[in-house]
Design a protein around this ligand. Structure first.
Ligand code: MSP
Length: 516
């Protein structure tokens, strides 16, 4: 059985999830569920990046300990993910004692192999980004992301990242689709082709108390990005043989399997930390590189800026789901946003998309067909004799077969929006076909032909709904139930055509129209 391991970034705990972080996690969940649907054995990891000054500051503000703050935020994140239908296998927390042991083991190995040295660091530090910046990185005295910086000079430990410039460039050259979309891979190559400095991987305890101690100098903590980036390998089971913690589900034996098929979803703002720092660390630890890094764009607010708490105008994902339902928000993320590109998002865009695609297109088709079957065929799926199939019907049947095949290709190539948009086009064509054939009139003169029209249209509903299960698990299940079916795996779809005579249910609209 083929394997699929997918991760999200582990989120900072200074804020509750907003629409941007909800997008990342939902996208990973949908990709994970699609792979399960296609028959892969899957593993999905998300979690929290709990150490560092950012967390320390948030805890101080609340007058609680850093650990207590992280515990509270864990509940907030878990609750939000549950409400968004996210089904992860592991919720990775960097304050977990097992993670600490593993990070220290990694740091000791790097130290023992001569990849870590001591020196003085002088430059700018940005707490919000948890990143060091040089003079030339600053934009109008602020970090590139627009956050304040402070000047620091201190003794620190450095990782010989520059040694890995060429090996990373070679890897990118050999694997042109290692980072997707392609323009992000070019961005990383461009970055590497400039001077690559070594990476400062420590923070003096006097300045940073909440973190993991360096195993070879107890006056220092591990730089939070180094601590965090290691989560993905440990979450796949690396060195976990002695860890008895039930949070660490995989065992060492599983590491190779997961790591050989590991896909890492990240936002474009953390491309360099992942594609340069992280890969350098993995190479230095003599570990294989992951399969792919997938970089998504940003959800933008109405001023075309990255949606974030500091900029205001954030949309609360839970409030939106209260309006249109969890499934519909999941649908919006996957259909509306092109993976890899920035996308302006507003409440009205979300509501419009819902009304147009789910209420008017899928929902309307189901309502029309089930009502006619209810009224004229005693709620039983009609017959569809070969002789009643016309050219337009055959076209719909072949479009359905085409969409079935291409959806899998689009998902596995990480252009999910393309696959989903083709499902909507098929529904459009089917609604148009009903407008053209007018079965509500045709039934008075040709009942057999009407039956065939309705059969083929309901088949479209069946296939499209089955293909949307990973996106909208709850509402698709209800549609399938109404037409007499249970969960469908991808492979089952071609052979589970509707049976004539099967009783179906005509119920109230599954996606009722909503207004702003
Ligand atoms: N803790 C680091 C990641 C460490 S991974 C080893 C971090 N955390 S974060 O909470 O600031 O951001 C996590 C992810 O959320 C990033 O991938 C970021 O791109 C994503 N997003 C935050 N705001 C976003 C939008 N407005 N739109 C889309 N994604 C956004 O960075």
């Amino acid at each position: 059985m083929k394997s699929f391991y997918i991760t999200t970034p582990i989120y900072y705990v200074n804020d509750k999830p907003h629409l941007g972080t909800a997008y990342s996690t939902t996208l990973a969940d949908i990709l994970n569920r699609y792979h399960q649907f296609f028959g892969f054995s899957t593993r999905f990891l998300t979690g929290l990046d709990e150490h560092g000054q950012k967390c320390q500051q948030a805890a101080d503000l609340k007058k609680v300990s850093s650990q207590a703050h992280c515990d509270q935020m864990t509940e907030v994140f878990k609750e939000t993910w549950a409400k968004l239908g996210i089904q992860y296998d592991q919720f990775y927390r960097t304050s977990n004692p097992a993670h600490k042991v593993l990070v220290q083991k990694a740091l000791q190995k790097l130290h023992d192999s001569g990849y870590i040295y001591e020196s003085t660091y002088e430059g700018w530090y940005c707490i919000s980004d948890e990143t060091f910046y040089t003079e030339k990185d600053l934009v109008d005295g602020l970090s590139p992301s627009g956050n304040p910086v402070t000047r620091i000079k201190e003794k620190n430990y450095f990782f010989r990242l520059s040694k890995f410039k060429q090996p990373i460039l070679d890897h990118l050259k050999k694997n042109p689709e290692f980072i997707i979309p392609a323009h992000r891979q070019n961005e990383v190559s461009g970055f590497l082709n400039k001077d690559l400095s070594d990476l400062c991987i420590s923070r003096p305890k006097s300045r940073m108390k909440w973190g993991i101690e360096l195993p070879f100098d107890s006056d220092y903590m591990v730089y939070v990005w180094v601590d965090a980036l290691l989560n993905y390998v440990f979450g796949a089971g690396l060195w976990c043989e002695d860890i008895k913690d039930p949070e660490y589900l995989p065992n060492e034996k599983e590491f190779e399997r997961w790591w050989g098929s590991s896909f890492h979803l990240i936002g474009k703002d953390i491309l360099i930390t992942h594609s340069v720092y992280w890969l350098g660390l993995l190479l230095a630890l003599n570990l294989p590189l992951p399969k792919k890094i997938i970089s998504h764009g940003w959800l933008l607010n109405k001023d075309q800026e990255k949606m974030s708490k500091s900029k205001g105008q954030v949309i609360d994902p839970i409030q939106i789901t209260e309006k249109i339902g969890t499934d519909s928000l999941r649908y919006f993320f996957i259909k509306y946003i092109k993976l890899g590109l920035d996308s302006p998002v507003s409440t009205s865009a979300i509501v419009d998309e819902y009304n147009q695609d789910l209420s008017n297109n899928l929902g309307n088709l189901l309502q029309r067909v089930s009502k006619l079957i209810h009224d004229h065929f005693d709620s039983k799926v009609p017959d569809c004799a070969e002789k009643n199939k016309d050219e337009k019907m055959n076209l719909l049947i072949s479009q359905t077969e085409q969409v079935y095949k291409s959806l899998r290709i689009d998902i596995e190539s990480f252009v999910p929006e393309k696959g989903i948009r083709s499902l909507m086009k098929l529904l459009d064509s089917t609604n148009k076909y009903l407008e053209d054939t007018q079965p509500w009139k045709l039934v008075k003169t040709d009942k057999e032909k009407t039956g065939a029209v309705l059969y083929v249209s309901l088949e479209v509903v069946r296939v499209v709904t089955s293909l949307l299960q990973p996106v909208m698990p709850a509402s698709t299940q209800e549609i399938l139930r109404r037409i007499g079916l249970k969960d469908q795996s991808y492979d089952q779809i071609p052979s589970s055509s509707l049976k004539s005579g099967q009783v179906i249910e005509h119920g109230s609209p599954i996606y009722p129209r909503v207004s702003l």
